[in-house]
Design a protein around this ligand. Structure first.
Ligand SMILES: *Cc1c(COP(=O)(O)O)cnc(C)c1O
Length: 394
């Protein structure tokens, strides 16, 4: 979260004063419809037909997307080896099996390795737009079309970003956004699922509302009701997100401006190499990404005075080799509910080893990212750029 202030506070106060914090309207004519309105506005912003806001965050949005797509036991879903663990968690929550694929130098899912990893049980691909960097959605959706696979985008870290002018989340059959505290816009927690597919939307909505116990309009759903969970957003969350949404394009404009200043000022510095990108204009500008020939060189640059760089390999649960509960097969609250032991998953690829994606380990250990801020002053941007230049020379 970069920007929040008086406007959000005022909107929350309004919801509380009205004593209308529950999103379900019933037949109350005074209902505020904050979440309903946010969902309409969000669908329009991303450029899709349907959006569903969830209190459970990006993880819940991914889970709901998979359930919406009908993914479950007996299905493999390809996920990148460089992503927050929640991407794989969501696959397991749906009862399916995550299969790891390598990233390439763009720091995003490598379409060639995805093609190599597709097996007879593969049903879907989850491209993850890490740190606002767009995956090659043309290659990945083309591949999915050829092989009859579904695409669920994990745009949790790339809210508002785009690839070839189309927003991330709108390329796949469905997309997931997160609004937790670390993301581009935020309500503290929360997330959204976006899709053009009414079936996906209805199944996700049923899942997120304890079997639509509370949703009167679920009476019009075509999909049969099943028992679900409770991940409804509150009107307070809706009110905050409506203001945050209005801030989004301004935040992206400034983040991208800062990133492009870094690119322009450091393009010709010997020893400094920017990570190649699938879409320079669509990148959210959350970070400037550099690559080096060795981990030693990457560390020296990251730790140089004033650079504030970070190696992706050091970011804990964002690297598959640190997904300890998955590597040690401790999944689910009860041993008899472990999806990896489901009879339909027994013949699938359920073995996870810390060394199985060596290229991802290599790339993430000789890359450095510098997190950017849309509210840095011109002096701060210049100081950061100068620090990078000095570090490259040293
Ligand atoms: C943050 C994040 C998620 C999960 O989002 P939550 O809102 O914390 O559930 C999923 N995938 C990626 C890549 C993320 O960064």
């Amino acid at each position: 979260m970069y920007r929040i202030g008086e406007e959000e506070a005022r909107e929350v106060a309004r919801v509380i004063a009205a004593r209308k914090m529950f999103r379900v309207a019933g037949d109350n004519p005074d209902h505020l419809h904050e979440v309903d309105r946010f969902e309409e506005e969000w669908a329009r912003t991303i450029g899709v037909r349907h959006a569903l806001c969830l209190s459970g965050g990006g993880t819940a949005a991914l889970f709901a997307g998979l359930v919406g797509l009908g993914i479950g036991p007996g299905d493999e879903v390809i996920v990148p080896a460089y992503t927050f663990m929640a991407t794989a968690t969501a696959v397991l929550l749906a009862g399916a099996v995550p299969v790891l694929a390598e990233i390439n130098e763009t720091m995003a899912l490598d379409p060639e390795d995805v093609a190599a990893k597709i097996g007879p049980a593969t049903r879907a691909i989850i491209p993850v737009h890490m740190l606002g960097i767009p995956c090659d959605m043309a290659a990945l959706t083309g591949l999915a079309r050829d092989k009859g696979l579904k695409v669920l985008e994990d745009a949790c870290q790339a809210v508002g970003g785009s690839f070839r002018g189309k927003r991330l989340g709108a390329w796949g059959d469905a997309g997931a956004h997160s609004f937790n505290d670390f993301k581009i816009i935020s309500s503290g927690e929360g997330g959204a699922l976006v899709t053009d597919d009414l079936t996906v939307y209805e199944r996700a909505a049923i899942l997120h509302d304890s079997g639509t116990a509370f949703r009167p309009h679920a009476g019009s759903f075509r999909e049969p009701i099943f028992l679900g969970q409770q991940m409804r957003a509150s009107e307070i969350m809706g009110a905050i997100l409506r203001v945050q949404r209005q801030r989004l394009d301004g935040i992206l404009l400034d983040l991208r401006r800062v990133r492009k200043e870094f690119l322009a000022a450091l393009a010709d510095v010997p020893g400094l190499r920017f990570a190649p990108t699938n879409d320079n204009d669509g990148d959210c500008g959350v970070a400037a990404f550099f690559q080096f020939d060795s981990e030693t060189a990457a560390r020296a640059f990251a730790d140089a005075p004033g650079v504030g760089g970070k190696l992706p390999i050091d970011t804990g649960k964002h690297i598959y080799s640190n997904w300890e509960p998955i590597l040690s097969r401790r999944i689910g609250h009860h041993p008899d509910m472990n999806p990896l032991d489901h009879p339909k998953n027994r013949r699938l690829r359920t073995e996870y080893r810390p060394d199985m994606c060596p290229r991802t380990l290599d790339i993430t250990s000789r890359s450095v990212y510098v997190s950017l801020n849309p509210d840095w002053s011109a002096e701060t941007v210049t100081a950061r750029i100068d620090a990078c230049r000095a570090a490259a020379r040293a």
